[in-house]
Design a protein around this ligand. Structure first.
Ligand code: 5AD
Ligand code: SF4
Length: 454
């Protein structure tokens, strides 16, 4: 009997609780962990207190997260001591990959440490821990991307919950931006094959999914295998996936400005189900800072990429990521970021204070920016970005937007979903169900959401 079969016949079902700390890739991994454990026969616990298997899916992209994990581990130690039966604690994610030795030293009661590219081994690992109580701790940080892709391709369609799903097309990153820890935690960039991605898209739509978001650290640098030794680039992948039966909407994130090209712009013009929204992180509007960041594009090249897409589809909406207070950033550099924001007119954005990551080039740069300057710049930038978002959203009052409703809202009879431009839209209407795509009249607007009616 193979190990996977063994996992299906464990007599002892664990009740698991997953805590995610990080980015979209991290929460996507948490969804995968959840479906891997469900398929193996374990059950979701409604709360941490009702769980006997706790998975901390950690993140390393910015600071403070590490200390938070250690303080959470302290609390879990207490629960583990109180437990009468098995109680397993697993640390997964980027911090697990980077700091496995530290974790074992500071929290020897942790049962397993699983890197982000090894999560497919989780069910077998739990099985081993339950059968062999003498195991001290299992450490799986070998970055087995091929194994992870294979597990994705054989996952059950039931794992797809809801009408909107993520589909991984690529793992890792080769860009080595000087501030970023990701290439060290998730490894080199590897693309999945077109055939595997196409099959997963079919399985998802067969299970009721209407919207797919293609995910990867650098999706538009996708360079997969089409079969017959032919390579497939990102625009080709978009055209291929747009043919998936039952698929109503296609999105992708995150893109790198350097890899935007005319074929991707063409895809936005030609593919009806491709959302007119692009998350295109710029990080800074200053050429000097972009160079120090090793972003490998200039401010003008970024603006040209935006123009290219707007020429293909004039209603394209752009969102972005920004870092303020990168080492050496002067008032003039920061002003250039503000000017770029005014020029592009973003519809949504995420902005962060630069956070030195041990082991990265930027962390060793001498001209670090004081914390109070970072905070001040962040506030100025966020006010401008919020204003732009409100302005964009306000333009839709009394207009109609096509919305895919994906989940229940916080209030009774409320449903929420997203417009084609990625705005959150909610509605109170009993005639609408999750999965419906409806033209909605917008009646009220807030900075981060809209309210509509039929
Ligand atoms: N400090 C601050 N922000 C960072 N990001 C990545 N690394 C850092 C860092 N060291 C931000 C970038 C990236 C987003 C996912 O996180 O803006 O696009
Ligand atoms: Fe990090 Fe840059 Fe890769 Fe994005 S592109 S994951 S910021 S190294």
């Amino acid at each position: 009997m193979c190990r996977r079969d063994l996992a299906h016949c464990i007599s002892y079902k664990m009740r698991f609780f997953i805590k995610s700390y990080g980015c979209q890739m991290n929460s996507h991994d948490s969804q995968r962990i959840s479906s891997i454990l469900s398929v193996a026969g374990h059950e979701v616990a409604p709360s941490l207190n009702e769980a006997n298997l706790v998975i901390l899916n950690t993140c390393s992209i910015r600071d403070k997260a590490d200390e938070k994990v250690f303080s959470d581990l302290g609390r879990l130690k207490f629960l583990k001591c109180k437990a009468i039966d098995d109680f397993l604690i697993i640390v997964a994610g980027c911090m697990a990959q980077l700091r496995s030795r530290d974790i074992i030293k500071r929290a020897p009661y942790v049962n397993a440490i699983i890197g982000p590219q090894n999560i497919h081994q989780l069910a077998d690992c739990i099985d081993d821990l339950l059968k062999n109580k003498a195991i001290d701790a299992i450490v799986a940080t070998s970055m087995d991307v091929a194994g992870k892709f294979q597990a994705m391709s054989s996952a059950s369609p039931k794992a797809a919950d809801g009408v909107s799903a993520f589909l991984t097309i690529q793992e890792g990153c080769d860009n080595f931006c000087t501030y970023c820890i990701v290439p060290f935690t998730r490894g080199r960039q590897i693309s999945r094959s077109l055939t595997d991605i196409r099959d997963e898209a079919r399985r998802l739509t067969f299970a009721g999914v209407k919207e797919i978001t293609l995910v990867g650290q650098n999706v538009n640098a996708y360079n997969g295998d089409e079969g017959n030794n032919e390579k497939c680039d990102f625009s080709h992948l978009l055209f291929e996936l747009s043919k998936t039966e039952g698929l109503k909407r296609l999105r992708y994130t995150t893109s790198h400005p350097k890899y935007i090209n005319s074929n991707i712009a063409l895809a936005h013009r030609e593919i009806e189900i491709l959302a007119p929204h692009l998350h295109l992180p710029v990080q800074s509007g200053s050429n000097d800072i972009l160079k120090q960041m090793n972003r490998r594009y200039t401010r003008d090249e970024y603006l040209r990429a935006i123009d290219l897409l707007r020429e293909s589809r004039q209603d394209m909406a752009f969102s972005s990521d920004f870092i303020v207070g990168f080492p050496g950033e002067t008032d003039r550099d920061f002003e250039q970021t503000l000017e770029l924001v005014r020029e592009v007119r973003y519809t949504q954005a995420y902005s962060f204070k630069y956070s030195p990551r041990p082991g990265t080039i930027a962390a060793k740069m001498e001209n670090q920016v004081p914390e109070e300057v970072k905070s001040e710049r962040l506030q100025i930038l966020q006010e401008l970005l919020d204003d732009q978002q409100t302005q964009f959203n306000s333009g839709f009052v009394h207009r109609r937007l096509s919305v895919l409703f994906t989940k229940n809202g916080h209030h009774e009879n409320q449903l929420t979903g997203r417009s084609e431009y990625s705005q959150a839209v909610s509605i109170y209407d009993k005639t609408i169900s999750i999965g419906d795509i409806v033209d909605v009249q917008i009646i009220e607007v807030a900075t981060h959401s809209l309210i509509g009616m039929l």
